[in-house]
Design a protein. Structure first.
Lengths: 143, 143
DNA sequence: GCATTCTTGCAACTGAGTTGCAAAGATGCT
DNA sequence: AGCATCTTTGCAACTCAGTTGCAAGAATGC
C-alpha cells in the first residue's frame, strides 16, 4: 500500500486521473510535510487555480486520501491519511504553534476518551494543543 | 461574586462603563445561554454596530470575563467564564452539533492530559466533540 | 469520430472578521 | 459649569479564506 504508485492510489480511491490531479497528489504525497493549507498548495503549485485546488482537496478528503485538520486557526488544513485499511483515520492529537502557525500531528497519540452525555452521537473528536513549538521557543530564547 | 452587579463586574475587570458596554454585558450575562457568536450578538442587539460588538467582545475576552471557544465551525464563539478567582478559566470539553450548530460546554468535564513532546510550551488546549446532539437526533428519528 | 460527460480556470461572490476615521460621548481639571 | 483631552462608537470599506456559476477545454463511451 505504501509503495503503490500515485496514479494507482487515485484510481483505487475512485478518482479519475487527470494531469492536474496527478500533479496535485504527487505534490501532496512527496513534497508537503505534515499539515498544509489550501494557501500552501497555491504557493506550491502556482499554475493551478485556487478553485481547482480546493475542489481537488475536497475530492481527496471525501475519498479519505486526505483528512481535514481543524487546528483552530480559522484556516482549514489537510493531512495525508496514513493508514493501511479503509477505516477513516481516527483522531490523533494536534499541536499548533502560535508563532510559526505550523501544525504537527502526534500520529501516535490518540485522543483519550471522556464521558459524554447520553444521546449525543459522536462523529469526530478534535484535540488541539495550542502554544509555542520548540523551534520557535528556542529562537525566542536566543534573542 | 456570582451576585455582583453587572456594572461592578465590568469596573472590577478594569473596563470603563458606557451605556453600550453595559447593555452588551447584561445581554450576555442574562440572555445568552452557553456559547454564542458575534452573529448571535448582532441578532440580539441590532442597534449596536458589529464592529462595536466585536471590539467589546475582544475587551471582555482579554479581561477574562468571557473566553473564546473554538468549536471548529470556523466561527469564533464566546462563553461566559464561570470561576471564582482570577485564574484564566481552563479548558473543558465542548460538544458541537453538526445539525443545529449549537455548541455546549461540558463545564464539569476537564480535558484529560496527553504526553507531549519535550519543548512544546502549552498555552491552551481544545477538546471538541463533533456530532449530533440528542435533540437533533430525536427530531431526525421521528421522521 | 462524434456526442456526452467531467474538469479546469476565470471571475465574481459570500461570510466572518477587522480597520481607519470622523462624530459622539466620557473624563479630568479648573 | 466650561473647556480640553482622551475614549468609544458607527459607518464604510477592506482583508482573507472559502465557494460557486459558467464557458472553454479535456476525457470517455459508444
Amino acid at each position: 500500500m505504501e509503495h503503490m504508485n500515485d496514479e494507482q492510489t487515485l484510481r483505487n480511491a475512485g478518482i479519475r486521473i487527470t494531469a492536474v490531479r496527478l500533479m496535485i497528489w504527487k505534490q501532496i504525497r512527496h513534497e508537503m510535510e505534515g499539515v498544509f493549507s489550501l494557501y500552501d498548495m497555491e504557493e506550491a503549485l502556482p499554475t493551478v487555480d485556487r478553485s481547482t485546488l480546493f475542489r481537488t482537496l475536497t475530492i481527496l478528503n471525501d475519498s479519505h486520501l486526505l483528512h481535514n485538520v481543524d487546528d483552530g486557526s480559522g484556516v482549514q488544513k489537510y493531512c495525508v491519511c496514513h493508514h493501511d485499511d479503509t477505516r477513516h483515520c481516527m483522531g490523533h492529537v494536534h499541536l499548533t504553534c502560535r508563532i510559526c502557525h505550523n501544525t504537527y500531528c502526534l500520529t501516535n497519540t490518540s485522543i483519550p476518551q471522556v464521558p459524554l452525555p447520553e444521546g449525543f452521537q459522536v462523529e469526530e473528536t478534535e484535540y488541539i494543543v495550542k502554544g509555542i513549538c520548540s523551534r520557535c521557543a528556542q529562537k525566542a530564547a536566543k534573542q
